[in-house]
Ligand binder design. Structure first.
Ligand SMILES: Cc1ncc(COP(=O)(O)O)c(C=O)c1O
Length: 362
């Protein structure tokens, strides 16, 4: 007797980022490759986390009861519709476990968040990827891609790695065309960085429907990626099921303390928002001025294409690495000649701009 093989979907799971190559260079000193916040967390969060290390013998109980009301009052949403997890990754994986299985499909935009298919494969579901338009998800193609097997439409909004964003009208049009038995997952990891003045907050879409959910994270604007805290905003019955399949204690006491303290520091949150918005505008302009194809971003990163075949993204990546800067490349064909650069402090962005200028002129 031998062990049964893994379920077939498990072997379809692929790494979705290009691993850092062993290039023999010293470790980079500027990390603009994982969309982490270069501004770090609020000093209050660091202090609270430090203090919480004095209680490492304890499990962290009643996570939703403690954190959900505090998230709700910070963002002006309904606490009952929130459940907290070990990063939004945990919550997205749980949704896939609940709704996807053999014979069902996840529908997505083909150049959308590259991790997404793995949530479906882990549950032996199929993935249908439809074309986008200039790295923007196409509502028309998504609607055309719906069939009787569609159980989940997954959209990162804003997208990663493109940074593009769909407005509420487009999301509503997509929702209106969906069958009621399919779930619209709005992965909103970068929502806090959006500066579209006309937008309707995503939570209002969730409030107005029985089949829309929004995932959010403390990993980006709150600067707590390493603490692994995410939250889901969803109709009550969905929240109940997502809680049902939680691990017993998904958050550490240190993470819980950090998240709670971060929510008391609106000043830090606002300062990061402003620094990011300004840095994004500055870097986009600088890179455009260098002749790169910059995709308009609503996030804490910018995707830049390298149109000159003699000056490829791969070579630019190597040049930046040789200058101590790590940015991100992706194996996906559409992104092969692009680099995704996380927004840093002004001096970081200047360094990137200068290094790329030298590279492009060489
Ligand atoms: C679009 C998107 N969704 C989800 C995540 C996962 O975030 P978390 O750290 O909350 O698991 C990321 C992380 O980069 C992301 O870019």
């Amino acid at each position: 007797m031998t062990l049964q093989p893994a379920r077939p979907g498990i072997r379809k799971i692929r790494a979705y980022m290009t691993e850092a190559e062993d290039d023999g260079l010293p470790a980079p000193d500027l990390l603009l490759n994982s969309n982490e916040s270069v501004f770090g967390p609020s000093p209050k969060a660091i202090e609270a986390a430090r203090e919480a290390t004095g209680h490492l013998e304890r499990y962290t109980e009643n996570i939703d009861g403690t954190l959900a009301p505090e998230i709700a009052s910070f963002f002006g949403v309904d606490a009952a519709k929130i459940t907290v997890g070990n990063g939004s990754d945990d919550l997205l994986a749980r949704l896939a476990r609940i709704y996807l299985g053999p014979g069902t499909e996840m529908l997505r935009s083909e150049n959308g968040y590259p991790k997404t298919p793995n949530y479906a494969f882990a549950n032996d579901a199929e993935v249908r990827s439809v074309p986008d338009q200039g790295f923007r998800p196409s509502v028309r193609h998504l609607i055309e891609g719906i069939n009787e097997r569609t159980r989940m439409i997954y959209l990162a909004n804003p997208e990663n790695p493109a940074g593009t964003y769909l407005g509420s009208d487009e999301l509503q049009a997509l929702h209106a065309a969906m069958p009621a038995e399919a779930l619209l997952v709005l992965d909103s990891a970068y929502d806090e960085y959006v500066d579209d003045p006309g937008r309707q907050p995503v939570h209002t879409l969730v409030d107005g429907a029985s089949n829309i959910v929004m995932s959010r994270t403390f990993s980006k604007i709150f600067g707590l990626a390493g603490a692994r805290i995410g939250w889901l905003y969803a109709p009550l019955d969905i929240v109940a099921d997502v809680r049902r399949i939680s691990t017993t204690f998904p958050l550490s006491g240190v993470s819980m303390a950090a998240a709670r303290a971060a929510l008391t520091d609106r000043g830090h949150y606002d300062a990061v928002y402003t620094a990011n918005r300004d840095g994004r505008a500055w870097l986009s302009e600088r890179l455009t001025g260098l002749g790169l194809a910059v995709v308009p971003s609503q996030t804490n990163f910018v995707l830049a294409g390298f149109p000159n075949p003699a000056r490829t993204a791969e070579a630019a990546d190597r040049h930046l690495r040789a200058n101590g800067v790590a940015v991100r490349r992706f194996p996906t064909p559409a992104y092969r000649n692009h680099l995704r650069i996380t927004i840093g402090r002004h001096e970081d962005l200047q360094r990137v701009g200068d290094a790329l200028e030298t590279f492009l002129a060489s």
